[in-house]
Design a protein around this ligand. Structure first.
Ligand code: SAH
Length: 227
């Protein structure tokens, strides 16, 4: 597969990380993230993004752009993956929930940083492919299930962090409920087909909830009804 790439994946990844670090600095006034953290950098360096994209898109695997993954869905832009991972700022002992498994790339990045990742995908075929991919890469701390992520994953709640990688017009209340005190929810809020508002919701030690707008983003929609 790597034959499709113009240079060694590690070299391409290194170049991509430099672009991401620059973009993190350029957007810092809006995002409040001033540097790409060393732990997030290491996680992005360790995960081979080319294994999450199809054969015909190998040459774009390390471009800082989203790519189609089938079924009208996309693997997010690497800068956005880096930003959202940094905003979640998970602790190594954390349990996190991701909504929208897609290719499994974001889950694989989170898996390097935390103890356990739970990820929910609406489209069974994408969930199956992602789970197989992670198994092939010996990533054993990601559990994937098919369902509506807007309901969260009650059996494993509460979570230290929740990341939603599809845009919701409103913040699903179940996700706020399933957040631990002190936990964070990172979610693009807004209507599909236009720019959404990436928000960080923080639940404090007393259970009070605060939100902050970070950056305009564009995500595929969070769809409630099953396939
Ligand atoms: N995190 C992914 C990118 C996901 S794109 C990656 O790293 O590749 C958004 C994904 O959310 C799509 O796969 C879409 O099918 C899924 N999705 C949309 N609505 C959903 C819902 N209600 N519950 C779970 N997944 C959903």
């Amino acid at each position: 597969m790597a034959d499709w790439l113009a240079a060694a994946p590690e070299t391409l990844r290194q170049a991509l990380l430099e672009q991401i670090a620059a973009e993190i600095r350029e957007t810092s006034a809006a995002t409040g993230c001033y540097e790409l953290s060393e732990t997030v950098r290491q996680a992005l360096m360790a995960v081979p993004r080319h294994r999450f994209v199809s054969d015909e898109r190998q040459e774009w695997a390390y471009a800082n752009i989203p790519l189609p993954i089938g079924r009208g869905q996309t693997i997010s832009q690497p800068f956005i993956v880096a930003l959202m991972t940094g905003l979640l700022l998970p602790d190594p002992a954390a349990t996190v929930l991701e909504i929208g498994t897609g290719s499994g790339y974001q889950a694989a990045v989170l898996a390097r940083l935390v103890r356990q990742v739970y990820s929910i995908e609406r489209i069974p075929e994408l969930a199956r492919t992602a789970a197989q991919r992670l198994r092939d890469m010996n990533i054993d701390n990601v559990a994937i299930r098919v369902g509506d992520g807007g309901q969260g994953w009650k059996e494993h709640a509460p979570f230290d962090g929740i990341m939603v990688t599809a845009a919701a017009p409103n913040i699903p209340p179940a996700l706020v409920q399933q957040l631990k005190p002190g936990g964070r929810l990172v979610i693009p809020v807004g209507e599909p087909g236009r720019t959404q508002d990436l928000q960080v919701i923080h639940k404090d030690g007393q259970g009070a909830v605060f939100s902050r707008s970070v950056l305009p983003v564009v995500f595929v929609p969070l769809i409630q009804n099953p396939e």
